[in-house]
Ligand binder design. Sequence first.
Ligand code: FAD
Length: 397
Amino acid sequence: MPDTTPPANGRTDRFVRGAGVYDSPEHERFRTALRRFLATELVPHLAEWEAQREVPRWVWRRFGELGYLCPWLEEEYGGSGGDFTHSVIVMEEMALAGVDVEVSLHSDIIAPYIHQFGTPEQKRRWLPGCASGETLLAIAMTEPDAGSDLAAIRTRAVKDGNDYIIDGSKTFISNGAHCDLVIVACRTDSEGPAHKGITLIAVENGAPGFTKGRKLNKLGHHTHGTAELFFESCRVPQTNRIGAEGRGFYYMMRQLQRERLVAAIGSQVNAEAMFELTLQYVKARQAFGQPIGRFQYIAFKMAEMETEIELGRTFLNDLIRDFLHGTDITRKVSMAKWWIAEMANRVAYQCTQLHGGYGYMEEYEITRRFRNVRMDTIAAGTTEIMKMILAKGLGLQ
Ligand SMILES: Cc1cc2nc3c(=O)[nH]c(=O)nc-3n(C[C@H](O)[C@H](O)[C@H](O)COP(=O)(O)OP(=O)(O)OC[C@H]3O[C@@H](n4cnc5c(N)ncnc54)[C@H](O)[C@@H]3O)c2cc1C
């Protein structure tokens, strides 16, 4: 059978990915194999999973089996010994293919908490399952009354013998409905500054007093299993604490830089994918005797979008390079997180418009992308919070 996998795109696409640092022949081979896996094994099921609002568990195990979960993890913990560049390729290819599974949240946002702040015993216990897809992760920071203002969380953890007793609730938790392990931000000290009394505690599925609420009915990202989580006198051993007591806020602020980079990569690739879909569409769709892309209004809209997307890509490539070099990215990632997310939303609006009535139909990919991208200016720090961080840096707040 002829190989119909599209070519790897590190260098060949319109918007050049690879940043000059993850486009080696080895990276291209990794990208091509991943692209083939996504196209042949997962893409044919996307509509079905979207309708069922659920991704079957074998998908996670298959990602694990092929080395696409936590690809940066050392082999001693079951990883494939790659680095963050392999993660970026996974994010890019999944976003391009439209495979909407929370792999980057699991691999590149949550697992690093265990890897960086966990004890050797915690790493041996949990990381192999993270890499194989047996242990699915979630992180629970947000509460019904505290999102942007993380220091205001109320979920409490009180010591009792060798355990913590946790009471409280969390909401909007991605992977929440089917996670096996959730890292919960808890208040362990109500004295002193609010942000100094927060501790991270890992809660395993089945812990007494831990229940998962309903799967939330959202505008988009139907396959993410976003849920509420409840902790009622939930007992977990103190050995489940991640890092030091009272350091949780600091850990989250540190890891949020990586989370925002991951978010910006997702928004950028989504914008690139929507552009390509729309370019094909305006070249094919006929009105008034010619392809609609020939109308100057539409051609100029495409040119404007291409310019904005290229600006995002250039900035993002630079940011990825900074991150890989270990530079502090707080300022630039705050810019990327809000600007690229807002740009992707402008692109989504325009691309949907150019699809006419078909842009409003479920079977059109642009429609799903339009719904999903709306989250990008909200989760992982809203546009307003990103601007607040930048304003503080300017000495204005
Ligand atoms: C699909 C989805 C998935 C998510 N997944 C997770 C997850 O896995 N884990 C998790 O812990 N959380 C998750 N979240 C929660 C997300 O991080 C929060 O929704 C987000 O941080 C905003 O918090 P909030 O919803 O409480 O809004 P609020 O903080 O109440 O903000 C409401 C509005 O006020 C603005 N605002 C707030 N403070 C200021 C200010 N000082 N100045 C100006 N404007 C301000 C905000 O920008 C926003 O526009 C998810 C959210 C969504 C939508």
